[in-house]
Design a binder for this molecule. Structure first.
Ligand SMILES: *[C@@H]1O[C@H](CO)[C@@H](O)[C@H](O)[C@H]1NC(C)=O
Ligand SMILES: *[C@@H]1O[C@H](CO)[C@@H](O)[C@H](O)[C@H]1NC(C)=O
Ligand SMILES: *[C@@H]1O[C@H](CO)[C@@H](O)[C@H](O)[C@H]1NC(C)=O
Ligand SMILES: *[C@@H]1O[C@H](CO)[C@@H](O)[C@H](O)[C@H]1NC(C)=O
Ligand SMILES: *[C@@H]1O[C@H](CO)[C@@H](O)[C@H](O)[C@H]1NC(C)=O
Ligand SMILES: *[C@@H]1O[C@H](CO)[C@@H](O)[C@H](O)[C@H]1NC(C)=O
Ligand SMILES: *[C@@H]1O[C@H](CO)[C@@H](O)[C@H](O)[C@H]1NC(C)=O
Ligand SMILES: *[C@@H]1O[C@H](CO)[C@@H](O)[C@H](O)[C@H]1NC(C)=O
Ligand SMILES: *[C@@H]1O[C@H](CO)[C@@H](O)[C@H](O)[C@H]1NC(C)=O
Ligand SMILES: *[C@@H]1O[C@H](CO)[C@@H](O)[C@H](O)[C@H]1NC(C)=O
Ligand SMILES: *[C@@H]1O[C@H](CO)[C@@H](O)[C@H](O)[C@H]1NC(C)=O
Ligand SMILES: *[C@@H]1O[C@H](CO)[C@@H](O)[C@H](O)[C@H]1NC(C)=O
Length: 473
């Protein structure tokens, strides 16, 4: 019977004890939990206090208030008092810089030594009010060497996209803040400022913005903080290696045999490139009247047949774009040197020009003589011009966007008339002004009728009218 009563008594005692403890908080101080300080330097403790309601009547802020700092164990007065603002000589050299009447107890201690490392409590004394806050203390950690500044990077470091870097160094002694300097592989103008964190501690922030290039990949960057301490300096730095992502660069194609090779022998074409992230696809092309994709993979191993002679190049691609290589020649013993494709191009263009011109003249004549829809013939034949007019290798030039170029089905934009791509405009300029003017109206109606979609590179060769009709919506 006695047992439960005792327990009940103990619980009541415990609860009242807890309540007492809450009631006993006669002073409420606000300061950071921890400060990291440099030997020989100063430390500023951001501090403010408040008087609980039950003491508001005994507290008079116009009466001289003294601030007392107690280390370790606030119960052991006066042994542990290290600073008393009412005294002129103290164990710690310091000063309350805050306005105590405004409940600002901000304090600075000078010439800090490692044995200052401890926890500290604040006590406020006036007449008749005096109290210590037992629930809040600050941990001061004094070190001989400053802590390293911290570099932060805004997002992904990508070639051509401006990136900003922050370097932040704590300034426990705001009177002597650290000076921040950068080492970067490029030109920059830093912007420095003194910052205040949410717990009122100070730090120096330096921001630089620069546009990385692929040449900056794997280069070190450094932010150095120089802390003035007395007559000397103490430095700390943060090193970081840049990881710049970039589209394939220095793409080059090589051939295992520069000399002419026999039919049925083996030849190895190899593509090399540097990219970050690494190249995901290598594609091989053979240059002919239309460029043709012949293989994929970093090396193209081929058992030579009669038709294999010619110029080859490769394209390397990663998520950021692509790079096109030089051309390498596969020469076959006993075969003529392949005709330079430029010759084909010139001949093709000239023929195309003449052909187109006669076509235009023909159409204008037909359009005026009959009102039959006549656009199909024209687009059908102009198909041939697509190959001739698109210079080999233009696909891979736009390195910035090529990677994002989706191979989405053309049906997604049925309104778009992709034939706008055909290089009529260039040819048009070579016409006489009179025919060109005539053509402008004709061109529109013809284009409107043919709603074929698909990009230039993806167009299948159309060999006859039936195929073309099949693609007309
Ligand atoms: C505070 O002290 C001043 C001067 O000592 C006195 O004039 C004033 O009335 C006091 N205020 C309160 C609220 O007691
Ligand atoms: C602070 O100094 C004043 C004036 O000398 C003194 O009256 C008071 O007791 C001191 N406080 C402590 C906690 O030592
Ligand atoms: C307290 O005083 C310090 C030093 O004078 C000052 O820097 C700080 O801004 C003050 N804090 C507030 C809350 O006024
Ligand atoms: C401290 O604050 C009080 C009240 O706001 C003001 O009268 C006094 O001049 C201030 N003292 C200093 C040193 O700024
Ligand atoms: C702290 O150490 C210094 C020497 O580094 C010594 O002069 C001083 O008395 C020590 N102070 C305390 C409070 O132990
Ligand atoms: C750099 O600091 C500024 C100001 O505090 C902040 O707005 C920005 O987001 C920071 N940038 C990075 C990369 O951390
Ligand atoms: C770059 O920094 C690393 C450590 O972060 C260091 O080992 C390397 O030597 C530095 N390289 C250069 C070129 O400074
Ligand atoms: C504190 O440091 C200053 C220089 O920063 C020096 O002039 C002064 O003598 C030092 N005081 C003590 C007590 O060591
Ligand atoms: C300390 O660093 C500053 C620059 O931050 C420099 O001007 C000064 O000469 C340095 N002092 C010494 C003693 O190295
Ligand atoms: C290349 O192919 C031909 C016929 O397919 C074959 O006879 C020849 O041995 C092959 N050469 C090599 C090196 O594999
Ligand atoms: C082609 O050459 C590359 C590089 O020289 C080599 O890594 C690869 O194994 C070769 N391929 C064949 C099939 O020999
Ligand atoms: C550098 O960035 C690339 C892509 O952004 C990533 O795949 C790679 O792991 C990164 N390398 C390092 C050392 O962080």
């Amino acid at each position: 019977m006695a047992c439960p009563e005792n327990m009940l008594f103990l619980i009541v005692l415990f609860i009242s004890g807890v309540l007492d403890c809450f009631g006993q908080r006669d002073l409420i101080t606000t300061m950071p939990d921890r400060l990291d300080v440099l030997t020989g330097s100063c430390v500023q403790i951001p501090c403010s206090f408040d008087i609980p309601d039950q003491h508001k009547d005994t507290f008079n802020s116009t009466i001289l208030l003294s601030g007392v700092w107690i280390k370790e164990n606030f119960g052991r007065l006066p042994d542990n008092v290290i600073f008393n603002s009412s005294k002129t000589v103290n164990r710690y050299q310091g000063k309350i810089t805050g306005n105590m009447s405004q409940m600002n107890c901000t304090t600075v201690f000078f010439n800090v030594t490692t044995n200052y490392t401890n926890i500290y409590f604040l006590r406020i004394e006036s007449q008749p009010y005096h109290a210590t806050d037992p629930d809040k203390s600050i941990n001061i950690v004094v070190r001989d060497l400053p802590s390293s500044p911290i570099i932060t990077v805004s997002g992904e470091v990508k070639e051509g996209t401006p990136v900003s870097l922050n370097c932040s160094a704590v300034a426990p002694c705001p009177e002597h803040p650290p000076e921040l300097t950068w080492t970067l592989p490029t030109q920059f103008t830093p912007e420095n400022q003194l910052q205040e964190k949410s717990d009122q501690t100070k730090s120096v922030l330096s921001t630089v913005t620069f546009t990385p290039s692929y040449l900056h990949h794997e280069k070190n960057i450094t932010c150095t903080a120089v802390y003035p301490v007395g007559t000397s300096n103490k430095t700390a730095e943060h090193n970081m290696m840049l990881n710049v992502s970039f589209s394939p660069k220095d793409t080059s194609a090589s051939i295992s045999s520069a000399d002419p090779v026999f039919v049925d022998s083996c030849v190895n074409l190899t593509c090399s490139s540097t990219a970050n992230p690494p190249v995901t696809t290598f594609t091989w092309f053979k240059i002919s009247e239309c460029k043709t994709q012949v293989a994929s993979g970093q090396s193209y191993f081929l058992n030579v047949t009669v038709g294999d002679g010619g110029l080859y190049y490769c394209e390397a691609r990663n998520s950021h774009g692509c790079g096109k290589s030089n051309e390498v020649q596969l020469a076959i013993k006993g075969q003529e040197e392949p005709v330079n494709p430029k010759v084909f191009e010139i001949v093709g263009k000239t023929l195309g020009l003449i052909f187109l011109f006669s076509l235009i003249v023909f159409f204008e004549w037909r359009r005026r003589t009959s009102r039959l829809p006549s656009g199909f013939d024209m687009t059908d034949r102009s198909q041939g011009l697509v190959g001739m007019n698109s210079p080999v290798g233009t696909v891979c030039t736009n390195q910035a966007t090529a990677g994002e170029e989706p191979e989405e089905p053309a049906e997604d934009q049925p309104e778009e008339i992709q034939y706008g791509d055909i290089d009529f405009s260039k040819l048009q300029t070579k016409e006489t002004p009179a025919t060109a003017q005539d053509r402008v109206q004709g061109q529109e109606s013809e284009y409107a009728e043919v709603n074929v979609t698909g990009s230039r590179a993806q167009l299948p060769p159309l060999n006859n009218l039936d195929e073309l009709y099949a693609q007309v919506n």
